[in-house]
Structure formats: C-alpha cells, structure tokens
Write a protein that binds this ligand. Structure first.
Ligand code: URA
Length: 266
C-alpha cells in the first residue's frame, strides 16, 4: 500500500492540539517525536496510519472533522482566541463549540462583522493569501463626502507606507449630512488596510463592518451571534481551495479570467 506522507505540522493541527503555526513551534522546540526520534525539521512528513507520532510524550489523537462557523463580531471584542491584555475575545462568544477552531484573519478591535472560524487550514490560507485574491467587502462610514476623484484613486490603488495597494472596488451606498457610506471591496488583507486607504484620500473611517468574504455573506446574523455554515457554504469554500486561482491581475479577476490571464494552481 502507498504511504500517505503528510507534513507533521498539518497532522498535529488536524487533531486540534494546536494551530499550524503553534504546531511548527512545537516541532522546532523539540517536543515532537516520530517513531521515537525527536524531529525538529519543519519539512518532515509522516504517515499517521503507520508512524508513531508523539507530542510531549503523548500519542496524537485522531484528526477532528472540519468545522466552519460564521460569527458577527461586535465592536470592542478582539478577533483572537486570547488576549494578554484581558480584553474580551471571540472565544468568549463561541462557548459550547467543543472542536478547536481559529479565526481566519483579523478584524480590528473596533471593527465589526463577518469573521469565519474554522480548523481547516487550507480554507484559511486560500481566503487570506493575497495570491488567491479572494474578495472581502466592507460597509464603511467615513468622515466627509467622498468625491469621484477619491473613488478613482482608490480604484486605481493608493500608496501606503508599506507600498501601493491593489485596486479596490468602491461603491457609494448612502450619505448623511457630513459622512459617506461606502461598500469597499479589497483582495488583500494588510493591517488596518481599509482605514489606511481611506485616510490616504483624506477620509478617516468612523465605522467598519465586513459583510462579505469570498462566497460568504453576513446576512442578518445578530452582532455577537454565530452559526455553523450550511453545507452549500462549506462546499463553496472547499471549491475555492480545489480550484485555487492565482490572480495575475487582481484588479479584474473576471476580465483576467476571460482573457486567460489567470493561472490555476493544482
Ligand atoms: N481593514 C481595516 O482597516 N480594519 C479591519 O478591521 C479590516 C479591514
């Protein structure tokens, strides 16, 4: 029978013992053995059906099934599972979920909206890596009235201190006396990116809520509530992984695809 060799960090993460990154730290710090030998090299693979893998001297448990849940993160909650500063975290909002999940990307402490939590590392990587250009859409309230020129600049790409942004899509969805409401879609995920982009064109963000991420929509989920994804939604995420598209021209995925300017990674 063919041996199924899988990277150790992936095997450890699949059991729910640690995230992939933490599993890498366990390996590097010499806490993992394969067939009695300490392994510290990150590329090491093993076959879970034949090899004896131990962490801190204990056998790895069986892999857990994948779970996917969507949370409407309220303002003033950390989008991490723990906070050294003692602030509320998303972990407090998903009590009762017995399988260990981790948040896919971050929302700022004062941002709200759609946060996916899962134990599926491939889905997380596909949604987050700029190479795959998955769209994230935010409903944004900014100070002042956005002009057509501001929108043109944002759609073209603006210079931030960490370089030019990829072009965004910006749609005005309402206006108040002294503020504008926008829908902003980006395909990257740099720190505070939407806030920094809008500040770069002179409009500080007052409120920011993620409403879509790839095939997922927040819909009417109440702030602070979560739900498990439907089979259809989970399948749509897995389909993204299956057909990972490297966007060569992230500003125009559809246009690029029709011109053959995207590359499918198998
Ligand atoms: N961009 C931001 O500036 N903040 C977020 O929380 C998400 C995207």
């Amino acid at each position: 029978m063919e041996r199924r060799k899988i990277r150790l960090q992936k095997l450890i993460a699949a059991t729910g013992l640690a995230s992939r990154r933490k599993a890498e730290q366990l390996i590097v710090s010499g806490r993992v053995t394969v067939n009695g030998q300490v392994v510290t090299a990150l590329g090491t693979t093993a076959d879970p059906t034949r090899d004896h893998i131990k962490v801190d001297g204990k056998h790895l448990k069986a892999a857990q099934p994948f779970v996917y849940l969507m949370l409407n993160k309220p303002k003033y909650v950390m989008s991490t599972m723990d906070d050294p500063g003692g602030r509320p975290t998303v972990k407090d909002l998903i009590r009762g979920v017995s399988i260990r999940v981790f948040p896919v990307g971050r929302l700022d402490f004062d941002s709200e909206g759609l946060l996916l939590l899962t134990n599926d590392g491939n889905v997380a990587q596909t949604l987050l890596h700029p190479r795959y250009g998955v769209a994230k859409t935010y409903l944004v309230k900014v100070k002042g009235m956005l002009t057509d020129e501001d929108i043109r600049l944002l759609e073209q790409g603006v210079r931030l201190d960490d370089g030019m942004t990829a072009p965004a899509q910006v749609k005005k969805v309402g206006k108040a006396e002294q503020n504008s409401w926008l829908e902003v879609t980006i395909r990257e995920g740099r720190k505070h990116q939407v806030k920094r982009m809008l500040l770069a064109v002179g409009h500080p963000v007052i409120r920011l809520k993620r409403i879509r991420m790839g095939p997922l929509s927040l819909g009417r989920l109440e702030p602070g509530s979560f739900r498990f994804l439907t089979d259809r939604e989970a399948n749509a995420l897995r389909e993204l992984v299956r057909k990972r598209i490297r966007v060569v021209e992230p500003e125009a995925t559809e246009k690029a695809r029709s011109k053959g300017a995207v590359q499918v990674i198998r």
